[in-house]
Design a binder for this molecule. Structure first.
Ligand code: PEP
Length: 245
């Protein structure tokens, strides 16, 4: 079976400082796992600091526009030129707080790829959607919005992060079985379009991952690492999680 390289990406959200960049960079240097891609995704204002620290960097969102009169936005081309490798697109906080639709997310995905940033497409259901049995429908619509706009080949240089909204920042992690079931659903969905793309696609799990639960989650067949929020701000926890991938 094909081996996919695991990724552990830390989403700092609107947290962190110049000092934290240095402590995380020092901690990450000592991670005893050569096989994992470790990524730090700070607020955009700290992007250059992370790049200068030598850690692979990403941003939390990019504008869907090329450039121009869009106060407060950051264009993908600039983010790329500053040294970022990845950008999140469609994080649930961007969808729920900033009103990003599946179409907006697909536009950001396109901007990222047009500028050689690897998009990490975040998908996931809310608690009530899960309770109503809509998990697969919701996740499929979030992914198909990108495939319909950009084609299945666009998933080749991308990553998907499955993040159940009810597990983000709540301490309520999905069980390894619950997470694996949705990851398999995603891989099977992509496989209906292209079996090879589906086999190489890295699918990360996110939602209250910590150093006590990461090992079991990452051991699941279709889980290729994690997108880590709160625990990525703690150097010791983050390095343990990276070692378990
Ligand atoms: C996230 O912000 O993507 C996330 C998964 O957060 P947490 O790990 O804190 O649940």
């Amino acid at each position: 079976m094909l081996k996919r390289k695991p990724i552990v990406a830390g989403n700092w959200k609107m947290n962190g400082s110049v000092e934290l960049v240095q402590s995380i960079a020092n901690a990450v240097q000592n991670v005893n796992n050569q096989d994992v891609e470790i990524v730090v995704i700070p607020p955009t204002a700290l992007l250059s600091n992370v790049v200068a620290s030598g850690v692979v960097a990403g941003v939390q969102t990019v504008s869907e526009y090329d450039k121009g009169a869009y106060t407060g936005e950051a264009q993908a081309s600039l983010v790329k030129s500053l040294g970022a490798k990845y950008t999140l697109v469609g994080h649930s906080e961007r969808r729920s707080i900033f009103g990003e639709s599946n179409e907006d997310v697909a536009n950001k995905f396109a901007q990222a790829q047009a500028n050689e940033l690897t998009p990490i497409l975040c998908v996931g259901e809310t608690e009530s959607q899960r309770e109503q049995g809509q998990t697969e429908e919701v996740v499929a619509a979030q992914i198909i919005a990108v495939i319909d706009k950009l084609g299945i080949a666009s998933l080749v240089k991308s990553v998907i992060a499955y993040e159940p909204v009810w597990a983000i920042g709540t301490g309520k992690t999905a069980t390894p079985e619950q997470a694996q079931a949705v990851h398999k659903f995603i891989r099977d969905l992509v496989s209906k379009y292209d079996a090879e793309v589906s086999q190489t696609l890295q699918i990360l799990y996110g939602g209250s991952v910590n150093e006590s639960n990461s090992e079991l989650l990452f051991a699941q067949t279709d889980i290729d690492g994690g997108l880590i929020g709160g625990a990525s701000l703690k150097p010791d926890s983050f390095t343990c999680i990276c070692e378990s991938a």
